[in-house]
Design a protein around this ligand. Structure first.
Ligand code: NDP
Length: 495
């Protein structure tokens, strides 16, 4: 496959100083968070200290400051959570769907009522811009509970009348990039179907899951129907292997997903995996280019690129490649990087020092392999974890930055000549989670979409999420679907 050079020399790169825009600071108040100094495990409907007495501090990745200490579950806590879940399971499963729906509806309303506080805590604990927590994460979390509240009494319709029953006790392990939203993606369908759940949040972002536990108490979710076990990866590993677990739902890295799959092989424990991606965002010459550039920006810089379906590989038709790179670079320099609590911020902090290290190592590999790096020359705060918005040009399909998930604000630009080359390059990935197609021509969009091996394909948009739409991948991006009626199936045994 030919590689067209769209190198730095060919692209006029305006100096940042010449286009500086100043905004007055617009900080959200951290006081809204009202964090407690310490959080216990949530088991059996109440908060209790871990058996081993161990706590770890969760920090603000934008400043390094401690936010609260959080209980670290151990094997005995896992056993306890499974036992109370098994006790709670029959009554919850027997509750009429209409009544379960009312409980989910109350959870959704309480998330809405506490939305400002939840958004602030999500941003403090995870580093994402407050604008995104406030406008995307928290409203979508509520929307998932609303949506599945509606399904709880309509399961016979979703299943066309086939006999069904809940799976039982489900273990749900969520990552750090969308902590509350991923908890909602997992809990809402599981509960709607009559399952009981044990949730394991990521160790760098446990706080909103623990606030959600308070909401579950207030919403009168019966004790034991949901437990929240904070802690590190060892808790997740113990949970998926615990006797009494009937189904595991995991979102996170492909490596851990494979480990879980190996652990459950040969057992009758149900499994869904939502793993990483290296999604192609494909721009045809007939696309509205300014819109496409906004779509590239949203595709890769939303949530600092900590997005499983991030449009991290941009494929541009050769005839417009130089123009798209030029306009993209111009737009990138207007991104505001910095304090996630400022309502004007576009790109916040990298979630952890470990993740920053991974991004830096892959970017270094990109440079060593011969791609050309363009990082926006912005002033980054002295404390905390930061990485500037970055574009690589002259990327070859075999480069590590074109094949491996970077999970940061780094986009790899490549070109194609015609539709078949675009499809071949887009599908040339171990992953298959999402893709974007930018074209003015409807027939082309349908044709390409059908030939892309990706679970989700967006047309003339990117990173759009809706609780009524199924989400999930192929190949190393995992299997199973979350969202919409398809998201009910993994939580049911259907005759
Ligand atoms: P992990 O896969 O390690 O973390 C995801 C979740 O799994 C966390 O709750 C984690 O707990 C838990 N976990 C860790 N080890 C195990 C285990 N052996 N068994 C069961 N659960 C476990 O992701 P990382 O945080 O290490 O991120 C590494 C890379 O993974 C990123 O750079 C990115 O490429 C990718 N990733 C993809 C995500 C996606 O949405 N598809 C989300 C997050 C990461 P704990 O946090 O306590 O370790």
């Amino acid at each position: 496959m030919a590689i067209t050079k769209i190198s730095a020399e060919a692209v006029p790169l305006p100096a940042r100083d010449a286009i500086r825009w100043d905004y007055a600071p617009a900080p959200e108040s951290p006081a809204v968070a009202r964090l407690a100094p310490s959080y216990d495990l949530f088991i059996g409907g109440h908060f209790a200290p871990p058996e081993g007495g161990s706590y770890a501090v969760t920090v603000n990745p934008a400043t390094g400051e401690a936010l609260a200490e959080v209980a670290q579950a151990g094997p005995a806590d896992v056993q306890r959570a499974v036992a109370v879940a098994q006790d709670a399971a029959p009554a919850w499963a027997a509750l009429p769907g209409l009544e379960r729906g009312k409980v989910l509806f109350r959870i959704a309303r309480l998330i809405q009522e506490r939305s400002r506080e939840l958004a602030v805590v999500e941003t403090l604990d995870g580093g994402k811009p407050i604008r995104e927590s406030r406008d995307i994460d928290i409203p979508l979390a509520a929307a998932h509970f609303f949506s599945y509240a509606g399904w709880a009494d309509k399961l016979p319709y979703a299943l066309l009348g086939r006999p069904h029953r809940p799976r039982g006790v489900v273990a749900q392990i969520v990552p750090w990039n969308f902590p509350l939203l991923m908890a909602a993606w997992k809990l809402a369908p599981a509960l709607a179907c009559g399952n009981v759940a044990i949730l394991k949040p990521a160790d760098t972002t446990p706080l909103t899951a623990l606030l959600l536990a308070e909401i579950l108490q207030e919403a009168d979710v019966p004790p034991g129907v949901v437990s929240v076990l904070s802690g590190d990866g060892a808790v997740g590993a113990a949970l998926v292997r615990a006797p009494g677990i009937d189904k595991v739902a995991f979102t996170g890295s492909t490596a851990v997903g494979k480990d879980i799959q190996r652990a459950l092989a040969g057992s009758d424990v149900g499994l869904t995996l939502e793993l990483g991606g290296k999604s192609a965002n494909i721009v045809f010459e007939d696309a509205a280019l300014d819109q496409a550039v906004e779509g590239i920006i949203n595709g890769i810089f939303f949530n600092q690129g900590h997005v499983c379906c991030a449009g991290s590989r941009v494929l541009v038709q050769e005839s417009v490649a130089r123009e798209v790179v030029d306009r993209l670079w111009h737009r990138m320099q207007r991104l505001r990087v910095g304090d996630p609590m400022d309502k004007n911020t576009d790109v916040g902090a990298i979630n952890s020092a470990a993740q920053l290290g991974r991004i830096e190592r892959l970017v270094e590999a990109g440079e060593q392999e011969g791609a050309i790096r363009h990082s926006v020359p912005c002033e980054l705060p002295e404390r905390g974890n930061w990485f500037p918005p970055t574009m690589f040009t002259d990327v070859a399909p075999a480069h590590r930055i074109a094949t491996e998930e970077i999970f940061g604000p780094v986009v790899s630009m490549m070109t194609f000549r015609d539709e078949s080359e675009a499809i071949e390059k887009a599908n040339n990935s171990a992953y298959g989670l999402a893709a974007g197609v930018w074209t003015d021509k409807g027939s082309r969009a349908f044709e390409i979409t059908n030939r892309l091996r990706a679970g989700v394909v967006w047309q003339n948009t990117f990173n759009r999420f809706d609780p009524t739409a199924a989400f999930g991948g192929f190949k190393e991006s995992g299997f199973g679907r979350e969202g919409g009626p398809a998201g009910l199936l993994p939580y049911l045994v259907v005759a």
